[in-house]
Design a protein around this ligand. Structure first.
Ligand code: SF4
Length: 374
């Protein structure tokens, strides 16, 4: 008997049917869903619909209350640490794409320590390790070595790299990695191939099944998301939530987070196909929160200052700050090419102050550590 995985669930849904359903949702259905005690994926679809945007004030208020009830008035802060920009894939929206002739760089042991020291001086305790996909040079052995070197500097290490095998996720777990993030980019299977024409990433199903391997390995937290701007964000977000819904029921010991990367300018890349406004993004965040009270909601520096200031009290639970999206960006090689342009360039101190001014507490370590008092 083969193990069940998300692919089996996914195959029961059609992209065009979901698109149709979203268009047909009525205001009455949105209101009824808002009043329900426990919410299903069908309710999420209603919150996501075009007509639900008329209820944005009510939804924002509910989002604020639900987030405060579950997470308190706190925002967890973290910073990314780019390990390498080597990549064997062609992704048409990314500055690190194989066909982009940039100088490739992978941090050495000494350089990892230099970057860690700078982040530590900024009071960063939670770091997100990021790389492209270069399995031979930046594979599991590289990651395990990097984690060993970085452990003394950080309380919490998350990782966002190429999809790995279950056994490799197990090794990351044993090495003390707290969370693994992997984004499907788009759940539109045909369009996916156009954005990912070459390399391992062009295998849609292998990527789709990755969170199952992460869950089976027992990783504490799993982060999902889609690249907003590639396809219709409403339909893509429905599938992303469907994925989270399945994972939560299957790997109930793990926690889940969602991120909302909106396509940003980068060297040699395409323009967004579907532009998502700030109001759309707020609706999406509210839809996730009202549907799922336990979900962690992470907001990166891709977003602009104004949006980030406002979202502190509207559903966010984690934010990156002072981010550099190039390997060596903090100290070693400040000029190397970024994966994408960040939008909010304020320092860690400035972000902490903005959070405090909003009446929230910036948290430099993980939730679990805060709640268990360790
Ligand atoms: S998105 Fe990831 S896999 Fe694709 S080119 Fe960029 S770094 Fe490589």
């Amino acid at each position: 008997m083969s193990m069940k995985n998300f692919k089996d669930v996914f195959e029961n849904y059609q992209w065009d049917d979901i698109k149709d359903k979203l268009e047909k949702v009525t205001l009455f259905e949105v209101e009824r869903s808002l009043q329900k005690k426990s919410k299903t994926i069908e309710d999420f679809l209603n919150f996501l619909s075009p007509v639900a945007s008329q209820k944005i004030e009510v939804m924002a208020k509910m989002t604020q209350q639900l987030t405060q009830k579950r997470f308190g008035k706190t925002i967890q802060l973290y910073a990314p640490l780019y390990l390498s920009n080597e990549c064997q894939n062609i992704c048409t929206y990314c500055g690190f794409s194989l066909d982009n002739s940039i100088k490739r760089k992978t941090l050495t042991n000494a350089e990892l320590i230099v970057e860690a020291t700078v982040l530590k001086a900024m009071d960063v305790n939670h770091v997100l390790l990021v790389s492209g996909e270069a399995n031979k040079t930046v594979g599991i052995d590289y990651f395990l070595n990097a984690i060993k070197l970085l452990k003394p500097y950080f309380v919490n290490i998350s990782i966002e790299v190429q999809p790995l095998s279950e056994e490799e996720y197990q090794q990351l777990y044993n090495a003390g990695v707290n969370s693994v993030l992997v984004y499907q980019e788009t759940y539109h299977q045909e369009i996916y191939k156009e954005y990912h024409p070459k390399g391992k990433k062009s295998n849609f199903n292998f990527r789709l099944e990755t969170p199952d391997r992460i869950g089976t390995a027992g990783i504490h937290k799993i982060g999902l998301g889609v690249l907003l701007g590639l396809e219709d964000w409403r339909v893509d977000s429905f599938f992303n939530a469907l994925h989270i819904d399945y994972l939560q029921k299957t790997y109930w010991k793990s926690k889940f987070s969602v991120s909302f990367p909106r396509l940003r300018p980068a060297e040699g890349i395409i323009e967004p196909n579907f532009v998502m406004s700030d109001k759309d993004l707020l609706q999406l965040i509210c839809a996730y929160r009202i549907w799922n009270e336990d979900l962690e909601i992470s907001i990166s520096t891709r977003e602009n200052e104004k949006f980030r200031n406002n979202i502190i009290s509207l559903g966010a639970t984690a934010m990156s700050a002072a981010s550099k999206t190039n390997p060596g960006g903090y100290a070693v090689d400040k000029q190397s090419l970024q994966q994408f342009e960040t939008s909010d360039e304020r320092s860690m101190e400035e972000i902490k102050n903005i959070i405090k001014e909003a009446g929230y507490a910036p948290v430099m370590k993980d939730w679990d550590a805060v709640y268990s008092g360790t």
